[in-house]
Write a protein that binds this ligand. Sequence first.
Ligand code: PEP
Ligand code: MN
Length: 374
Amino acid sequence: MREFFIHIVLELKLNITPIQEWFPAFQKPLLFVGPCSAETEVQVLSTAHLIAQQFPHAVFRAGIWKPRTRPNTFEGIGDAGLQWMKKVKSETGLLTATEVATAEHVEKCLEAGIDILWIGARTTVNPFSIQEIADALKATNVPVFIKNPIYGDIQLWAGALERINNAGITKIAAIHRGFHSYDNGPFRNSPNWEMPIELKSICPDLPIVCDPSHIAGTPSLIPYIAQKAMDLAMDGLMIETHINPKVALSDAKQQVTPDELFKIVSDLRIRSASTENVEFQTTLDEFRKHLNKIDNELLELLAKRMAISTKIGEYKRDNNVTILQVEHWKKIIDKGLRLSEQLGLREDFVKGLYQLIHDESIRRQTDVMNKKLD
Ligand code: PEP
Ligand code: MN
């Protein structure tokens, strides 16, 4: 299987209101914290009060309708939870957020004065559901955060953002919650960092919140993911926080207590996007110039290499030999990987690179073979 990601989204144009205008108190990281699910009034309010003491500008999240993968699990408290969210708002001053998956959810949230809506990973995969939500949102400009789809199709993520934006919602942001794959490594969902990076590079104005809870699946990995998100210049963090995670009715294994949340957030190193320091800028420019030069040399070397591939193709054709010589290619990779190890290059990076070079080489040789013999 390919271990690298091929960039496929070419363009994403969204009309976005700068986040500072919808959160006047905006400061990185924007915190989306609160339980996976609203379970009881006491659980919701006690969690919210502890959060508000430390983070008065946080957004309080709680799932009211829960899209559970398997039936016969807790599917959310339903409408009653909306009243508890109203109390959270009036008693703590925190903004409130919940997940919507249908037009009916949207209507109920708007009626209950929920400040922010998010669309879950299981909903982003379905354009019909997204369109239904978009239609229900018309004529409002309530902030909407869209989680990545459960599997790694960036087009679906982009499409959901476009549909909601086309409905007139300009207070729009993305949530990176990781992707299901059959090899998630130590995580519940693979982070596939290249996806949010790709999204940010095609749409630089789009705020992105990382959800380390659903990526990590366990509290011990949350600080690592949260720090990485900050280092990648993401705007916020969604961290599931429960007054007593052990007895949570959903996602018990990954929720943290308000005290643990405080420690995670306090330990974060928030770096700035740039600095006024002139010496820093000059040195950085020097590094970049050097990199540019090396990148150009890499391209020149690749062009030379491919020219030889073409020649080999011609030679094989003239001698009636097949293009693909698996044994030979395996040897090259093994040798390359041994050298890469000595050079301190990561194995999966080198494998991906070799794969790309090999594919192109085969394409070149196929072109030669398919040319008529003169
Ligand atoms: C959640 O935030 O509790 C949730 C259901 O998340 P996701 O849609 O990312 O699975
Ligand atoms: Mn959850």
